[in-house]
Design a protein around this ligand. Structure first.
Ligand SMILES: Cc1ncc(COP(=O)(O)O)c(C=O)c1O
Length: 386
């Protein structure tokens, strides 16, 4: 059997329709969208079509979408740009509240701002990876400027109660940003229904190319530009647009919306099969009682290192992750699991499976056979070592 890819939360393959939409803009239609000639006008039209496609996918107007180089840039832009905009408008520097399970591209810019007199504080989560509302409410008693809580966690798949978070923050007139990178294409993402002021999305998690993303903004947010220059992207993010990638992002959004129902049905069935088997094998399934993304399961077996199991499964033909792609290089246990109160030795065993629309029940069957074999083999080693 060819290698099986179960790591869609890290990145996804570009869909063929997306690639076909992109190719002309890497070949014959190579204009700069700022140019006035026909090549430039075609490129501009393509960027604006993509903006409308992205906007439609999250229920906003095209003028609310600012293209970026991806989720990391959009999250940094949100934290730095919103706080700088508040200062420009004469507001005091209040707390920046980010949940304890954020991707580092949200938490690190918040921490970096402490050097400029801001206070970064962490909103704790419960054992099911959900932000604690009573803790957020208590934190909001002190003057606050920004709340950022991700819509879906990249490791556990846990979904947050954003409308409630927004209600608490709004009561104190605090701006709310959400990182919806992992939610888009997997569950419905409606900017206005969520009630947030700013939202990050990324192309390569939904069958689009790497290197494109967007910050979606409520018109009331007065954000400081990220890059100054030629004034592209409403003057907020100068630089010649990555036309082909933006076109691919737009096409991927449209496809993801068309396929959302099918995607959910398919991945929900695969997840149910995997979770039931994992429970029968005695694994810890993290955030088990949370409302989770339909494609994501994060689990651990006691006395088995996650890295070791991931390597063994890779050899057996299954690509899975030992947590987020970024943290898997660090050798440290997942900060998400530690924030959930998971013991360090259990957290070190964490393995993430994230399905995509092309995965099948047969692949899950094959995976479960390989998993059972590898878990039995590694348990023997750990018994000998003990
Ligand atoms: C929740 C979350 N936010 C942000 C990012 C970063 O997005 P990008 O890879 O487009 O920079 C990721 C990528 O793994 C993610 O999972």
């Amino acid at each position: 059997m060819a290698n099986v890819y179960f790591d869609h939360n890290s990145t996804t393959a570009i869909k063929s329709e997306v690639l076909n939409a992109m190719l002309p803009f890497m070949q014959s239609q190579h204009g700069n969208p700022t140019s006035r000639h026909v090549f430039g006008r075609n490129a501009r039209d393509a960027v604006e079509t993509a903006r409308a496609q992205v906007a439609q996918a999250v229920g906003v107007q095209a003028s609310q979408v600012v293209f970026t180089s991806g989720g990391t840039e959009a999250n940094n832009f949100a934290v730095h740009g919103i706080t700088a905009g508040l200062v420009r408008n004469g507001f005091e520097k209040g707390q920046i509240l980010t949940s304890a399970i954020e991707h580092p591209c949200v938490s690190k810019p918040a921490q970096a701002l402490q050097a400029n007199g801001w206070q970064a504080k962490s909103i704790p989560v419960d054992e099911n990876c959900r932000a604690k509302m009573d803790a957020l409410e208590a934190l909001l008693h002190a003057p606050s400027s920004l709340v950022s809580v991700m819509m879906a966690n990249n490791e556990t798949g846990a979904l947050q109660d954003l409308p409630q978070i927004v209600a608490l923050a709004r009561a104190k007139k605090v701006t709310v940003h959400t990182d919806a990178v992992q939610a888009l294409g997997k569950v419905a993402v409606d900017f206005n229904e969520l009630g947030v002021n700013a939202m990050t999305i990324s192309s390569h998690k939904i069958g689009g190319p790497q290197g494109a993303g967007a910050l979606v903004l409520d018109k009331r947010v007065d954000i400081e530009p990220l890059l100054y220059g030629g004034g592209q992207e409403l003057g907020l993010r100068s630089g010649t647009e990555n036309v082909a990638a933006i076109v691919g992002f737009g096409a991927a959004c449209e496809l993801a919306m068309q396929n959302l129902q099918k995607y959910r049905q398919k991945t929900t069935a695969l997840q149910a099969k995997l979770d039931a088997a994992l429970r029968a094998m005695g694994a810890n399934v993290f955030a088990e009682d949370a409302n989770r993304l339909p494609n994501t399961t994060f689990f651990a077996f006691e006395h088995i290192e996650g890295e070791t199991l991931v390597t063994a499964l890779d050899k057996a033909g299954f690509a899975v992750a030992s947590g987020s792609a970024c943290s898997s290089n660090s050798g440290e246990p997942s900060h998400v699991l530690l924030a959930m109160g998971v013991a360090e030795d259990i957290a070190r065993g964490a393995v993430r499976v994230s399905f995509g629309s092309t995965n099948t029940a047969q692949e899950v069957d094959g995976f479960l056979i390989a998993l059972q074999q590898e878990v039995a083999r590694l348990k023997q080693y750990s018994a000998i070592a003990a």
